[in-house]
Design a protein around this ligand. Structure first.
Ligand code: ADP
Length: 407
C-alpha cells in the first residue's frame, strides 16, 4: 500500500511516500519556510535526481498541494493519480493520556489533539494544521495519527509521577509522557529480530541522539522509563534544549536577570544545551571539529552531553535490573563513534565493553554490533526509521477501517 507520511512543523512539512509492501521509501522531501517570502522545497525521489527549488508557499494547505504536484509530475513518474495514495499517516507529537495507540482520525480525534495543544504548544498546533491541510488535498482516503508519546503509555505510575502535589496530575495531567516513541519502538523491534529473541525476554536501552535526544528503558518490549518528561525539554542535554536542571535555577535567574516567562521559555528551549554550553554551535559535528582544534568550551559541551547519557544508562540498568543491549540511533547516535565511546567509557563494572575497531568503522546506514565478544551487555548501532513505523501503522489501520463491520 502506498502511504504518504506527513510531519508538520510550524513552518515546515516533511513528507515521505512509502510502499508498505516492501517497506521501501518511494520519495521523500521537505518544504521549509512556509509563509516566508521564499520557501525552500527539497524533493528526493528514490533513485532519481534530487531537486531543490525556491517557491512562494503561503500555508500548509498550499504546501500539501505542492507536494502532490511534485509526486504527480509526469517526468518522474512517481504516481500518475492521487488515487494511488491509499492512506496518509500523520506524526503527532503529543497524544496526552488519551492515545495509547495510533488512531484513525475523525472529529473526536481532531478535538482531542486540539485539547492537547496546552501540553505541546510548539508541536500539536502545526501537527493539526498538517492534518487539516492533507484532509483538504486528499479527502477520500483514511488519515491516521501516530503519536510520539504512545509507546511510553506503559510507564508505571512510579516512573511517570512527579514529586509535586498529586492534585496537579488529577487536575492538569502533569506527568511524564516521553517522546521519540516511534523511534524507540522501531530500534528495539529491529534488535529483537536481529537476535531472534522474543520481546518479552529482553531488556534494552535505546538512545535516540539527534538534535532532540532521549533515552528509553524497554523491558519485555514495553517502555518502562524514558528521559523526556511532561515536554521534550527534560532529560539529556540536547542541541539547544537544557535537559534536566534544578528548577530553582529558574527562580534565581528570573530575579537576577528580570526574565519574563517568554524569556525563560526561549532560554531553556533555544539557547541552552550544546549551544549554550559551548557558546558556539548546537550541531555536534561542529563541536567535535572545534574541540579537536583545542576549543575548551566545545570540549566541555561534549563532556556534559556524554556524561548525561552515561548517567541515564546507569540508572536504567538499575530500573530494569539488567540490560541485554544498548542501542544508539539518530544523527549523533548513528554517526559519531566518539560520542558512543565517551558515553560508555568506564562501564565495564556494569558489563559494557566497546570494540574500538567496530565502533570506529561501522558501515553507514546498517545495523552494527560495536561491543566486544566478552561484553555482558551488547551494544548496537541501529538506524532509526520513524516514517516507516508511521506508514506501517497507518496501512494497518486503513485496511481495518476498510472492512465492513458485519463480516
Ligand atoms: P533531528 O532529527 O532531531 O533534527 P538528527 O537525528 O538529524 O536530528 O541529528 C542531528 C545531529 O546529528 C546534529 O547534531 C548533527 O551534528 C549530528 N550528526 C550527524 N552526522 C554526524 C557525525 N558524522 N558525527 C557527529 N554528529 C553527527
Amino acid at each position: 500500500m502506498l502511504v504518504l507520511v506527513i510531519n508538520c512543523g510550524s513552518s515546515s512539512v516533511k513528507y515521505n511516500l512509502i510502499d508498505t509492501e516492501n517497506e521501501k521509501n518511494v520519495c521523500k522531501g521537505v518544504i521549509e519556510r512556509i509563509g516566508a517570502v521564499t520557501s525552500i522545497v527539497k524533493h528526493e525521489p528514490a533513485g532519481q535526481k534530487h531537486t531543490k527549488h525556491t517557491l512562494n508557499i503561503a500555508n500548509h494547505t498550499d504546501a500539501l498541494q505542492q507536494i502532490l504536484t511534485y509526486l504527480l509530475n509526469p517526468e518522474s513518474q512517481i504516481i500518475s493519480s492521487p488515487d494511488e495514495i491509499k492512506a496518509v499517516g500523520h506524526r503527532v507529537v503529543h497524544g496526552g493520556e488519551m492515545f495509547k495507540d495510533s488512531v484513525l482520525i475523525d472529529e473526536d480525534v481532531t478535538a482531542a489533539i486540539e485539547q492537547a495543544f496546552d501540553l505541546a504548544p510548539l508541536h500539536n498546533p502545526p501537527n493539526l494544521k498538517g492534518i487539516q491541510a492533507a484532509q483538504k488535498n486528499l479527502p477520500d482516503v483514511p488519515h491516521v495519527a501516530v503519536f510520539d508519546t504512545a509507546f511510553h503509555h506503559s510507564l508505571p505510575n512510579k516512573a511517570f509521577l512527579y514529586g509535586i502535589p498529586n492534585r496537579f496530575y488529577r487536575r492538569y495531567k502533569i506527568r511524564k509522557y516521553g517522546f521519540h516513541g516511534t523511534s524507540h519502538y522501531f530500534v528495539s523491534r529491529q534488535y529483537y529480530k536481529l537476535v531472534n529473541q522474543k520481546a518479552e525476554d529482553t531488556k534494552v536501552i535505546s538512545c535516540h541522539l539527534g538534535n532532540g535526544a532521549s533515552i528509553a528503558a524497554v523491558d519485555g518490549g514495553k517502555s518502562v522509563d524514558t528521559s523526556m518528561g511532561f515536554t521534550p525539554l527534560s532529560g539529556l542535554v540536547m542541541g539547544t534544549r537544557s535537559g534536566d536542571i534544578d528548577p530553582s535555577i529558574l527562580f534565581y535567574l528570573i530575579e537576577k536577570e528580570e526574565l519574563t516567562l517568554a524569556n525563560v521559555h526561549a532560554l531553556l528551549n533555544r539557547h541552552s544545551g550544546l549551544l549554550g554550553l559551548s557558546g558556539y554551535a548546537s550541531d555536534m559535528r561542529d563541536l567535535i571539529e572545534e574541540a579537536s582544534n583545542g576549543d575548551r568550551r566545545c570540549q566541555q559541551a561534549i563532556d556534559v552531553f556524554c556524561y548525561k547519557i552515561k548517567q541515564y544508562i546507569g540508572s536504567y540498568i538499575a530500573t530494569m535490573n539488567g540490560c541485554d543491549a544498548i542501542i544508539f540511533t539518530a544523527g549523533i547516535g548513528e554517526n559519531s563513534p566518539l560520542i558512543r565511546k565517551r558515553s560508555l567509557e568506564q562501564m565495564d563494572y556494569l558489563g559494557i565493553e566497546i570494540d574500538d575497531k567496530k565502533n570506529d568503522s561501522p558501515e553507514r546506514g546498517t545495523i552494527q554490533k560495536i561491543s566486544t565478544e566478552s561484553s555482558r551487555t551488547e551494544v548496537y548501532v541501529i538506524p532509526t526509521n520513524e516514517e516507516l513505523v508511521i506508514a506501517i501503522d497507518t496501512a494497518k489501520i486503513a485496511q481495518a477501517s476498510d472492512q465492513s463491520p458485519w463480516v
